[in-house]
Design a binder for this molecule. Sequence first.
Ligand code: CDP
Length: 797
Amino acid sequence: KGKKRKRNGTTNTPTNKPDTTTQSIEVDSRPEKRIEEPESKSQLPRPATNGAKQLHNRSKSNRPPPNGRPSNPPLPPHLSKRRDALLPFRQALPIYQHADSIRAALSTKNTLILTGETGSGKSTQVPQFLLSQPWCKKCIAITQPRRVAAISLARRVAEEMGSSLGNASPASKVGYSVRFDNAAGPNTRVKFLTEGMLLQEMLRDPELKQYSAVVVDEVHERSVNVDLILGFLKKMQKEGKRKDAMKVVVMSATADVEGLVKFFDDEEGDIGCKKIERVQTDGVQSAESEKAKGKGKQKSGSGGVENGVVPVTDTKSEPSSTVSTCFVEGRQYPVKTIYLPEPTQDFVESALKSIFQIHYKEPMPGDILVFLTGQDTVEALERLVNEYAQGMEEGVPKILALPLFAALPQHAQQKIFQPAPSKTRKVILATNIAETSVTVPGVRFVVDSGKVKIKHFRNRLGLDSLLVKPISRSAAIQRQGRAGREAPGQCYRLYTEQDYASLEPRTTPEILRCDLSAALLTMKARGVEDVLNFPFLDPPPREALEKALLQLLQLGALTETGEISEIGLKISKLPLTPTLGRVLVEAARPERDCLLDIIDIISCLSVENIFVNLVTEEKKEEAEAARRELYKREGDHMTLLTTVQRYAEERSDRKVWTEKHFVSHRAMQNVMDIRKQLRQNCVQLSLLPSSSTAHSNSNSTDPSSNPSASHDSRTRSILHSLLRGFAANTARLMPDGSYRTLLGNQTVAIHPSSVLFGRKVEAIVFSEFVFTNKSYARGVSAVQLDWVGEVLEEVGG
Ligand code: CDP
């Protein structure tokens, strides 16, 4: 323990992990034995470290904390019991022995880059380590790329701290804030938020004055939002407007430590134009990182190791460095990797086979985690697994299939963290959300499709589209590692070993491959005038930035001189893409007057799919017949509106209604949550009167339920509003029967899932572009060609 050794780069063998740091010291903190949860407090083991001791003492007494806050009232017994029961688990986490180092690093420096493998305890423990610090008088923000993670972490940390969640009582210390759901109050001291929500808060409070520290988690995912947050935080630090220096902790599972240190340490200020050298995770290292590694080693060598606690070492030898780094070793047992001998054409089917092969061959306990691409493949496999599981013989342990994707409603997410009933194996069917963001306990088997659904900007079309792509090698290693957190495990890769070798070493940051209009609008709203010189960790190509500026101009979100307009300001305050935001603002104009309907439609577009995907032809026909009453000849958007309306008006059992119509009940619950939140947002922006947030289920002027003469004009208003936002997503019918986009002149086909599939209409507007074997328009409405002409004239297209 505490032995210093230099990390080697990883190879393809499962037990080796990527070299995630170049200059820090590694501590092998794998626990010898799993600590069992004690029945009562008297059985608690003695805390292992100083940090643990402090925490243990604090939890037992009501002494006022060092920051002078008044002591808290005694905790309700069920909360304190749970908190005490969880303490030994916390103490056994690898990060625990770094608690003092982490605190020490932040007492002298304002920025800490913390690298630690998934499950080492970063997200749950770091905020708790910092709360007791004298500089920490306010709240700590921890950002997450996904709402599922933000909510589940908040729930967990609340339990660990013996607090209720949200703003339920004055004892609630932990909260969260995610799009369409805010559960934080004035007493919240630890707040988990999605990256998008922190950016929203920055609009209201540019210096983030309510926070003593911002912890940016999961930085390795390199979402556009995380890159923006890093840029804003760096700018804030450089401008130094806040009197009490805010602490910044940047956490990552596979960090590019070099790049991050350089980024935050750069004093010259022209970092936005620099290309930052990256450290490879697969053993190939840049000369510069090797050099830096040498420096780090020397320094830590002289620092020494006391009581198994490794002092945090600065990556830079210059005393002026403002950044500290720390590396925490995760737990990793060996994982055996099994490849397919031949490539598969259908990974859903291959995954099904692997699941049952494992279930029949491998002993219990040991849950299975399957990595798929999106809600569609997750739900398709869920149905198949359930179908096959019904046919299992007596005596074979049961299977409990649990989906996990970003849009999953909260109560469904919680099931993933609960232990399976006895003699039952959990099979978690997940998107890449389970790669690093969410830790599912009990997993010993991983089935990896090798695919991920990611957003890609298609330059020729000028649109973002979701593409299914091979994962990167570092993602494959992360997925594989999920099998070896608690015991030796197995990883079934649904691709060949040659395919693995040909994967890209790492995933390209989103900012280099996506539409940047939302990012630029956020920057403009936050007062960044010169967006081209913003401090980006990886500066996007100039053309991509210019294209996004043009798009914002076309939406009317920017003025001719490049300043944010009134419309742009409104859009920037909505939790929507600029395109959908523009649709919403258009619908609120008096001449359109269809805001509630548009909110219903946008709520549906914000979940992946409200209709159940069907596998067999027979089922498809049955569903067609059942859904016929919902289908609208105007297209998918009016169909969505009718579906929401019928669901909302359903007086008897809504679940039964959804089953009858092959509509996803899960998705509809989400839609209703989003609808409520969007109505509230519109009231805040004075787009709706406050009476509209009442839980009214019907829109007073719903065209689908009102067959009067106003039907046509309302439908027209709705379609016009959609057109204003989606002017770039319009296509006209060509003499040969194909559709061509009006901007860009590209061929698109109507997606088979559309109610307009197979129909010929003079022009279409669509809300999504998908590219599989060809270019498809999904979410399609029929419009008149002259309407398209009018809107294109307005946007200057
Ligand atoms: O951030 P990092 O991946 O390093 O770890 P973490 O999210 O802090 O999780 C540490 C441990 O806390 C996990 O291995 C789980 O055992 C537990 N945990 C949990 O039970 N429920 C959660 N929602 C989050 C974490």
